[in-house]
Design a protein around this ligand. Structure first.
Ligand code: HEC
Length: 144
């Protein structure tokens, strides 16, 4: 009898744990995406001024590391709650992951330009990044 209560309590704790983790995964991915937006905002004036793009390399590195984890931040079940992710993230998963792979490729272009101190190259890549890589995914996978 005691054992059964203990097992039931454990089951409840596991359920609560799942609910918590789910809310957490949404809050964490949104906070991460905000940070990614912050990096893009920081690139803008430097790109426009053809400034010290080499100093931006650590921000690009943070983006590369973060976008590598992006698909895992949308586990099954994290489609409901305080999220703007569209059902297509899960129903058209291959396209979502392909959009993220293209994002990572573009981040490598930004990284190469930053590392080389190529301000003009960085500016060109930066201008394409928002509409063609962030925006391309948002159009299909994020609600407005
Ligand atoms: C592979 C798809 C994909 C790519 C690439 C992508 N995003 Fe998003 N983004 C999403 C989805 C899906 C959401 C909605 C997340 C949610 O609400 O759970 C989102 C939400 C956001 C948000 C809102 C965060 C919040 O809730 O306040 C910002 C800001 C953002 N993205 C910035 C960016 C920037 C900047 C880039 C490019 C450097 C980018 N995203 C690239 C899919 C993508």
């Amino acid at each position: 009898m005691k054992m059964r209560i203990w097992v039931a309590a454990l089951g409840m704790a596991a359920l609560a744990g799942t609910a918590f983790a789910q809310g957490d995964v949404i809050a964490e991915r949104r906070a991460g995406l905000k940070r990614m937006g912050g990096h893009m905002d920081a690139f803008k004036p430097v790109a426009e001024a053809r400034g010290d793009v080499a100093a931006l390399a650590p921000r690009v590195d943070d983006m590369i590391a973060w976008f590598r984890t992006m698909p895992d931040r949308f586990p099954a079940g994290s489609n409901t709650g305080d999220t703007k992710a569209l059902p297509a993230v899960w129903s058209e998963r291959a396209g979502f992951e392909a959009a993220n792979t293209r994002m990572l490729g573009q981040l490598e272009v930004l990284k190469a330009a930053a590392t080389a101190g190529d301000a003009a190259g960085f500016a060109t890549a930066y201008q394409a990044t928002g509409p063609q890589f962030c925006g391309a995914c948002h159009r299909t996978y994020r609600a407005r």
